[in-house]
Design a protein around this ligand. Structure first.
Ligand SMILES: NC(=O)c1ccc[n+]([C@@H]2O[C@H](COP(=O)([O-])OP(=O)(O)OC[C@H]3O[C@@H](n4cnc5c(N)ncnc54)[C@H](O)[C@@H]3O)[C@@H](O)[C@H]2O)c1
Length: 449
């Protein structure tokens, strides 16, 4: 990632484009519209509701992040996207069944005005869905041209100054990087030759990056984390990030595990299971799609409880993750964790977590923050992988060879320090002694005067 030199102001409209207008995307858009009208408070969003501390001792102060850094205002956001179903956003939100009808009805006019563009879709990557609202072109190179034309037209019609793209579509089947993903030249040849290893999500990402539109991967798909697209992001100076929004059970894991590590408590087992009944759950019911999610969720613990560093405490953790499709629960996911831990003299203890969460309620503010922060990154002239946004990801993308940070608190520290840096404030490395150091300095100066 290159270092910012100056910050372009956040004037004009920012278009947020989303492949996939399902539960997460509709909850995000409806939430922004509701917040704009003063119907609801945007809890869960750092850009709207969190504070940042700057200064030390007597000069210490807290400001809302949105007052501290120049972010695009909610009033200046416009929304668009693609889906394999033609439902407008009001219909899609009703179908997703996350938000209650009285709220949706107050937003009906604005939601219904947003209609999906025809998608690029391949059932080979998502076998449990079949939609008709897809582009007629079948050659991947031509599909990319169509997507670029969509982006251009959306920007013109909506008078956008800037754009960002956040993938909110389904999880694609698991696949590993192959030769076609290894360089931009190989990838572009593969587009012309319709290489089956190029997934639909990669086509959206390629189209976005070609047009200098920052791209975030909300699912665990293999996508912008391939060398070809990292190269394109560098070439076009475009910020990218991924992958897999950190919500629900994994969010809890990255809150609890740092606490156990902090107190040097041992862990020998962490069993996590979920029941989930939305369309995402249906997609993940296919083993090849669940595998993509499993890999993304599985790496979180080893990044925090490092068994090589401390084999006595974390050298033999049995970590197991399950997701079961259970329609009666809809979007209201229920997660259970059983954590087997041990303490002083190896005595065993257990922690049980029963999280009755709402998947899209946790994911929607993440979409908002990523859209605003990726736009900020671009205005600051930062390009490539935005590691400071690792806070939002289950499986944070890093520069090749670097290890991702999973601890939520370390991630927050990185994010806040980047904001301080952008605004010319000192980074926070407080020892909690600043107040006493100041008092000592005052006494010393009084003694010498
Ligand atoms: N909700 C969460 O907490 C959470 C957390 C992490 C990741 N995610 C991921 O976010 C994504 C969205 O979740 P959701 O609950 O909104 O799912 P959803 O099934 O409600 O919505 C996904 C939408 O994407 C559409 N779609 C599929 N393939 C497409 C394509 N190629 N182009 C355009 N549209 C396409 C589907 O028709 C569907 O409407 C999923 O991949 C999910 O795994 C969600």
């Amino acid at each position: 990632m290159n270092i910012p030199s100056s910050l372009v102001p956040a004037t004009g409209r920012l278009g947020v484009l989303m492949p996939g207008l399902g539960a997460v995307a509709t909850t995000f858009v409806a939430g922004v519209l509701a917040a704009r009208k003063g119907l609801a408070y945007p809890a869960g969003s750092l850009t709207q509701a969190a504070h940042i501390q700057t200064g030390k001792g007597a000069t210490e102060r807290s400001s809302l992040i949105r007052d501290f850094v120049p972010l695009t205002k909610l009033d200046d956001l416009v929304f668009g996207g693609w889906d394999i179903y033609p439902d407008n956003l009001y219909e899609a939100a009703r179908q997703a069944n996350v938000l209650e009808r009285p709220l949706l009805d107050q937003l009906q006019e604005e939601l219904a005005a947003i209609r999906p563009m025809k998608a690029v879709f391949d059932r080979h990557y998502v076998r449990n869905l079949s939609g008709e609202w897809v582009k007629e072109t079948t050659n991947k190179w031509e599909q990319v041209q169509d997507l670029m034309a969509d982006i251009e037209q959306f920007s013109l019609i909506n008078h956008c100054q800037r754009l960002v793209m956040v993938w909110c579509a389904s999880t694609e089947r698991y696949h590993e990087p192959g030769p076609v993903h290894m360089s931009l030249a190989a990838f572009e040849k593969g587009l012309h030759e319709n290489d089956p290893a190029i997934a639909p999500s990669m086509l959206y990402a390629y189209a976005a990056l070609k047009m200098r539109v920052p791209f975030a991967m909300g699912a665990p798909n293999l996508c912008v984390d391939i060398p070809a697209l990292e190269e394109l992001a560098r070439l076009t100076n475009t910020p990218i990030g991924g992958k897999d929004f950190k919500t629900g059970q994994t969010l809890m894991k990255t809150i609890i595990a740092p606490g156990l590590r902090a107190r040097a408590l041992g862990v020998n087992g962490w069993f996590s299971t979920n029941i989930l009944g939305n369309r995402d759950g249906l997609v993940l019911d296919a083993p090849e799609n669940f595998q993509t999610k499993e890999v993304s969720k599985g790496r979180v613990l080893e990044g925090i409880l490092d068994g090589e560093l401390s084999p006595e405490l974390w050298g033999d953790i049995h970590h197991k993750v399950r997701i079961e499709y259970y329609p009666p629960h809809g979007d209201n996911k229920e997660g259970w964790d059983n954590i087997d831990i041990f303490g002083w003299l190896g005595y065993k203890m257990q922690i049980k977590v029963n999280f009755l969460c709402r998947d899209s309620i946790l994911a929607a503010p993440v979409v908002l923050d990523l859209a605003l922060f990726l736009d900020l990154a671009q205005r600051a002239g930062m390009s490539g992988i935005q590691e400071w946004l690792g806070f939002y990801w289950k499986s944070p993308q890093t520069e090749p060879g670097a290890s991702p940070v999973h601890d939520l608190f370390q991630q927050l520290n990185k994010l806040e320090n980047m904001l301080r840096y952008l605004m010319g404030e000192e980074r926070m490395t407080t020892f909690g002694l600043d107040q006493y150091e100041e008092e000592t300095a005052e006494v010393e100066s009084e003694t010498h005067s």
